[in-house]
Design a protein around this ligand. Structure first.
Ligand SMILES: Nc1ncnc2c1ncn2[C@@H]1O[C@H](COP(=O)(O)OP(=O)(O)OP(=O)(O)O)[C@@H](O)[C@H]1O
Length: 310
């Protein structure tokens, strides 16, 4: 797939002051963020946040009311040969029901002036070669998703934009998608993926852009966004001397709860301080683990009050 036609350095996406006003709804509201090449960026937001509208504006399918969106410094509309620059999967692939997978791709190649061989290469890339000659109507949802991605890859684009690609996939399909998209980013491509599957994004994304009600809530590397919420996280402690430790910790104003397995969940003290308190009280510890807030929790906290379905 590396035919040298694209340069990773020109795959940056820049969204600047982007706005879309429908009659009564400001679907996207002065939104600005950047998406770097060589990384998977998760585009997250609750229902109605404006993700699809933003992606459609990026791809020139919806006209912005204000602001700009560029890919490699150019608006999509100004790209001379867009399929060779940007591949997009906006919804599960649709194709003529009686057409085979390979023919579906060949038709697109012919229309886009791409060599027919690209259809075979793209099909192989998504692992669909064994189903090449099967009719589309017999494809599972996972196979349709793969075919959609194969279509997006026909022009060997340096930028991939996918709207909810994991929708309806089984765990094996999701695992495949994750590996595939990470591989594309590893090659230096820009991969922008919208999703409401936050736990999946935690495994997939390098960076996240979180929006709610059309506005930017937070942007940054996943670890940084998670880390910014780590303050106030809890510490899990397992000990055969729970009562003694609870007394010792409460003396230091910590809050101690016990879960259904007898594990202590401590807030208000960091792990080292808990360890010191346990040592001083001669309490044996079997586990001392700071709980990292997961993306799901961070997301709910960040979008709280703005997450109403619009
Ligand atoms: N063509 C349209 N006309 C009027 N309103 C629209 C149109 N398209 C989207 N909207 C509204 O704009 C808002 C943002 O919608 P959008 O589909 O971009 O959100 P989303 O984040 O992709 O949501 P979801 O996760 O539910 O797909 C919603 O309130 C939606 O109802």
């Amino acid at each position: 797939m590396s035919d040298g036609q694209w340069s990773p350095s020109t795959g940056q996406i820049v969204v600047s002051g982007l706005t879309k006003q429908y009659k009564n709804v400001r679907a996207v509201d002065n939104l600005s963020f950047t998406v770097e090449s060589g990384r998977v960026t998760g585009f997250l937001g609750p229902n109605g946040a404006g993700k699809t509208t933003t992606l459609r504006m990026l791809l020139n399918l919806v006209t912005p009311s204000g602001g700009t969106a560029t890919i490699g410094g150019q608006r999509y509309a100004d790209l001379t040969d867009p399929l060779r620059h940007v591949g997009a999967v906006l919804e599960a692939s649709s194709a003529h029901k009686g057409r085979t997978g390979i023919n579906h791709l060949r038709v697109i190649c012919a229309a886009a002036g791409l060599p027919k061989s690209r259809a075979d290469e793209a099909l192989a890339l998504v692992g669909l070669t064994p189903a090449a000659k099967r009719k589309f109507k017999g494809y599972s949802l996972g196979m349709k998703q793969r075919l959609g991605i194969a279509a997006a890859m026909l022009g060997n684009p340096r930028v991939l934009i996918l709207d909810e690609p994991a929708n309806g996939l089984d765990p094996e399909g999701i695992r495949w998608m994750r590996g595939f998209l990470k591989g594309l980013a590893h090659e230096g491509r820009t991969v922008l993926v919208s999703s409401h599957l936050l736990s999946e994004m935690q495994l997939l994304a390098d960076d996240v852009v979180i929006i709610a009600a059309g506005k930017l809530i937070r942007q940054g590397p996943v670890e940084q966004v998670l880390g910014s919420m780590a303050q106030g996280g809890r510490v899990r402690v397992r000990t055969p001397q729970a009562e003694e430790l609870t007394v010792a910790l409460r003396e230091q104003s910590a809050t101690v709860e016990t879960d259904e397995h007898g594990v202590l969940l401590i807030s208000g003290l960091e792990a080292p301080a808990i360890g010191r308190a346990a040592l001083a009280a001669k309490v044996e510890l079997h586990e001392l683990t700071p709980e990292r807030p997961d993306l799901e929790r961070v997301f709910l906290e960040l979008t709280a009050g703005k997450a109403g379905i619009r």
